[in-house]
Design a protein around this ligand. Structure first.
Ligand SMILES: NC(=O)c1ccc[n+]([C@@H]2O[C@H](COP(=O)([O-])OP(=O)(O)OC[C@H]3O[C@@H](n4cnc5c(N)ncnc54)[C@H](O)[C@@H]3O)[C@@H](O)[C@H]2O)c1
Length: 253
């Protein structure tokens, strides 16, 4: 109940339930964090705010398109104004445009890269001064196993997620002296709303893919959230510039 006591955390893309941002916000709330949750989905965000408040957390919910650089500054400023510091940033918001490279348009490319990597660059760059002023902190960037190896159909999503991982390493090096850690989390197949298209388009195939994971099923959002919590907390005090794979053994195959 106190692993993040009085820590102030921003989590992007926190409206989706089941989703990794929302699940992380729940774990953070259970461990005593003060939360700033953001998303483009205001309806989902309102429900998330209500649920997290019911868990006893102090919550600030803000509409944010993570591609908007100016909005990032407003979110950081509002966080510090409301809670007095910024200790944790979870760059979680993301989309998955999955199709063969030959079918990928330039507009697809721009959208995928903007939402999944440009946003993380903005978020880290804007958060760092506030974290330095707070005496240090932890940034957790949501990557994917798709950032670690080539997978059919994953193309530009994989490029963006590899970038997220690499950016975390650079920030870890540049800001170790400021007491700021930065790591990436690499989920495998996790059953969240991001899987809705795959689930709807071919349910039998969707089930088969889950069964092909060495652990025998897709992951639960809470199983990723527990890893985000660890990296965000002081328990991971000597962990920086690295990746935490959460995939039921997928990468070991
Ligand atoms: N679920 C998986 O299998 C899986 C695997 C690897 C990595 N990931 C990554 O985890 C992160 C969360 O995914 P999820 O599975 O919870 O997906 P999700 O679709 O359930 O949630 C994503 C959230 O991000 C929000 N979002 C999308 N675009 C946004 C934008 N421009 N600005 C702000 N918010 C925006 C959505 O509204 C949604 O609430 C993503 O970065 C995704 O790439 C997911």
């Amino acid at each position: 109940m106190s692993r993040l006591l009085n820590k102030v955390a921003i989590i992007t893309g926190a409206a989706s339930n089941p989703g990794l941002g929302y699940a992380s916000a729940v774990r953070f709330a259970e461990e005593g964090a003060k939360l700033v949750i953001t998303d483009i989905d205001m309806q989902g965000l309102a429900v998330a705010e209500k649920n997290l408040t019911a868990l006893g957390a102090e919550v600030l919910a803000m509409e944010q398109n993570v591609v908007d650089e100016d909005r990032w500054q407003q979110v950081i400023d509002a966080t510090v104004e409301r809670f007095g510091s910024l200790d944790i940033l979870v760059n979680n918001a993301g989309i998955a445009l999955l199709r063969p490279i030959s079918e990928y348009t330039t507009a697809d490319y721009d959208l995928q890269m903007d939402v999944n990597i440009r946003s993380v660059f903005y978020g880290c760059r804007k958060a760092l001064p506030a974290m330095i002023a707070s005496g240090g902190g932890s940034i957790v960037n949501m990557s994917s196993v798709a950032g670690l190896r080539g997978l059919p159909g994953v193309s530009v999503y994989g490029i963006a997620k590899a970038g997220v991982q690499n950016l975390a390493k650079t920030i870890a090096m540049e800001h170790a002296a400021d007491g700021i850690r930065c790591n990436s989390v690499h989920p495998g197949l996790i059953d969240t709303n991001i899987q809705n298209d795959a689930r709807r388009d071919n349910y039998d195939e969707f089930v088969k893919i889950g069964e092909s994971v060495p652990w025998g099923r897709m992951g639960f959002p809470e199983e990723v959230a527990n890893c985000v919590l660890f990296l965000a907390s002081d328990e991971a005090n000597y962990v920086t510039g690295t990746e935490l794979v959460v995939d039921g053994g997928l990468m070991a195959k």
